[in-house]
Write a protein that binds this ligand. Structure first.
Ligand code: SF4
Ligand code: ZN
Length: 263
């Protein structure tokens, strides 16, 4: 029986009681692989693809080759994992990959229905294909699905938003690495968009690396619109999560899944 492994990706959630959510799982039915990767660089905005670096350590030859493929033997991992948690789905690939068989996406969505005691967080850079799959299969949104879109700057937002908004269900935005200002008005006008995670570009000398004022302003736009907003580098680990200036997490408005998502 194969269970979900712990996720070591640093998406931090606070539960309704203000304490960190402890059970984050990684679920990779798509293994490692993405047709958007070219020599270790993401084709979307020219940023380094960390997943392609990690893939070199994998046993599976297709994972090592970093091509889209499917690990059907992992489909029931959420079902065999009894402790409810938040499963980050396919963060080492892209569920919206145009090179991915539509049936495989659907089999993954079906598997979430057989294990609906978990919350599922998805993230894509390629919403066009995903929106098409959802339309073709007349996918009905589940309350425990959270669709994420990576957006780097305005041009990126303009290209991706029209397709992403057609995906049914709760949505959120990952603005990481943040490479330029974005007018978020269309996203904030959409009630299905619940929040944003903001992270600066940590590559030294990269576009937007030191533009902290812009990141704080971005965070403020989402907070003023009443949405969840989490600026990654504000947080530190000190036996528990604290703001980098030492204040208590409960005193600020971090990224968090709402209470109903953290049953
Ligand atoms: S979309 Fe994600 S997995 Fe694919 S190349 Fe870009 S960063 Fe890597
Ligand atoms: Zn593989």
């Amino acid at each position: 029986m194969s269970r979900l492994p712990d996720s070591h990706i640093g998406y931090i959630g606070l539960g309704a009681d203000g304490r960190p959510i402890e059970r984050y799982y990684g679920w990779n039915p798509f293994g490692f692989g993405c047709s958007n990767c070219h020599d270790g660089i993401c084709g979307t905005r020219g940023v380094k693809c960390w997943a392609s670096q990690l893939a070199k350590r994998m046993k599976c030859p297709q994972c090592r080759a970093f091509v889209p493929h499917f690990h059907a033997e992992r489909l029931e991992q959420p079902l065999h994992t009894k402790a409810p948690g938040i499963a980050l789905v396919g963060f080492q690939s892209d569920i919206g990959d145009e090179g991915r068989a539509m049936e495989d996406v659907f089999r993954v969505l079906e598997a979430t229905g057989r294990a609906d005691h978990h919350t599922y967080v998805f993230l894509t850079q390629q919403p066009e294909h995903l929106a098409w799959v959802c339309k073709e299969w007349t996918v009905t949104a589940m309350p425990n699905w959270w669709w994420g879109l990576t957006v780097h700057d305005q041009e990126d937002f303009d290209a991706k938003w029209p397709a992403f908004r057609r995906i049914p269900g709760h949505k959120w935005v990952s603005h990481e690495p943040a490479q330029g200002p974005v007018d978020w008005a269309p996203a904030l006008a959409d009630e299905s968009v619940t929040g944003i995670i903001i992270g600066h570009d940590r590559n030294r000398g990269a576009k937007g690396t030191e533009d902290w004022d812009r990141l704080y302003e971005c965070q403020g736009v989402w907070i003023r619109a009443g949405r969840m907003s989490y600026l990654k580098q504000q947080w530190a680990w000190d036996g528990r999560f604290v703001k980098a200036d030492g204040t208590d997490p409960a005193d600020c408005l971090p990224w968090s899944l709402p209470p109903e998502a953290t049953r």
